[in-house]
Design a protein around this ligand. Structure first.
Ligand code: BV8
Ligand code: ZN
Length: 291
């Protein structure tokens, strides 16, 4: 495994078919917390425990507050130089595809060609109706999506990390936070059937990825020609089937280049002599190695 930029750029220049698998670390420098890092907490909830249909069914108010907070943070954030560099690579390279696990919309705002950007886990800015008989879904960038979800994003905001830490020091539980007590009737309602509660258009744990996305990715990977390179950027590569694409690409001849702040976070299956590991901030490294 090497961290030699020269050999990487030489291989990049000669690569025809390239994949990029993106994770939360790509957006860390844009100020968005990752799932597993210290920022992976929201109030005192582990983000992954809220990203499930069960959590939404049990407490749609809490889950909508979580998503309203992330929508607000993502809208306040700006794409960083790595998002822009990947969009440029997509422009330059006809046979390139980005597989993004991120739902923050930053690759789209970096003008990444949409036909080369597969959103494996959906988007914070899609909503869909939960009513069985209704197929309503739409893009929605309204922030807050309904007035009741305007979480106080100022110093009094009980969701900030400092507020969480302060409460922890003072041993105050989340239950004691005096947030406006919302009712389900305050949550976003479907404008089509006027019945169903809207939900965030993301893929929750235990839900299948959109079949259109799965088919597009499978077609790219199972094409007859080999894959020359897969970039694995800012992801702990633990969530499947997304993480499985690294091995799929390897099986088609791809060399692997990991960009990660944590030298321990290497995809299952490890890295071989012909692969690269670049340690550090994706927002710094990616523009440098892709230029
Ligand atoms: C499914 C949207 C099946 C919501 C997310 C095998 C096959 C299939 C499924 C499974 C399987 N094994 C287990 C499963 C179940 C599950 C799963 O994978 N569980 C894990 C925990 C083991 N998978 C599923 O449930 C998937 N569904 O396959 O369904 C099925 C089939 C038929 C019928 C029904 C069901 C669906 C998974 C999608 C879940 N949704 N997101 C939301 O965002 O709220 S996942 C979410 O977590 C993200 O999208 C992302 O994928 C994941 C977080 O991972 P990362 O992005 O990597 O973030 P993380 O914090 O972990 O890591 C950040 C990394 O960045 C770190 O390495 C860090 O070091 C690095 N970093 C930090 N800062 C920087 C940096 N690097 C560079 N620069 C920096 N500055
Ligand atoms: Zn509806």
């Amino acid at each position: 495994m090497s961290s030699d930029v020269e050999s990487f750029t030489a291989h990049l220049q000669s690569s025809k078919r390239i994949l990029a698998l993106l994770g939360a670390g790509l957006s860390a420098s844009s100020g968005l917390p990752t799932f597993r890092g210290a920022g992976g907490l929201w109030r005192s909830h582990d983000a992954t425990s809220l990203a499930t249909p069960e959590a939404f069914n049990a407490d749609p108010v809490l889950v909508w507050q979580f998503y309203s907070y992330r929508r607000h943070m993502a809208l306040k954030a700006r794409p960083n130089r790595a998002h822009l560099a990947l969009a440029e690579l997509a422009r330059r390279n006809p046979d390139f595809m980005t597989l993004s696990q991120n739902v923050d919309g930053l690759s789209q705002r970096a003008k990444h060609a949409p036909e080369k950007l597969q959103l494996l886990h959906g988007s914070l800015f899609n909503v869909k109706c939960t009513s069985f008989y209704c197929s309503y879904q739409a893009e929605n960038f309204t922030d807050p999506i309904v007035p009741a979800l305007a979480i106080p994003f100022d110093a009094s905001d009980p969701t900030t990390k400092d507020a969480v830490e302060e409460r922890r020091e003072m041993d105050i539980s989340d239950v004691d936070i005096r947030l406006p007590s919302l009712k389900i009737t305050d949550l976003p309602k479907c404008p089509e059937c006027h019945q169903g509660l809207l939900r965030p258009g993301v893929v929750w744990f235990g839900e299948s990825l959109p079949s259109k996305v799965l088919n597009t990715v499978d077609t790219f990977i199972n094409d007859s020609s080999k894959i020359d390179l897969i970039l694995v950027i800012g992801t702990s590569a633990r969530v499947y089937p997304a993480a499985g694409y690294v091995d799929d690409a390897r099986a088609k001849g791809a060399r692997v280049a990991v960009i990660n702040a944590d030298p321990e976070d290497i995809p299952a299956g490890g890295l071989g002599d012909k692969d690269w590991f670049f340690e550090g901030d994706a927002a710094q490294i990616v523009p440098d190695i892709l230029k």
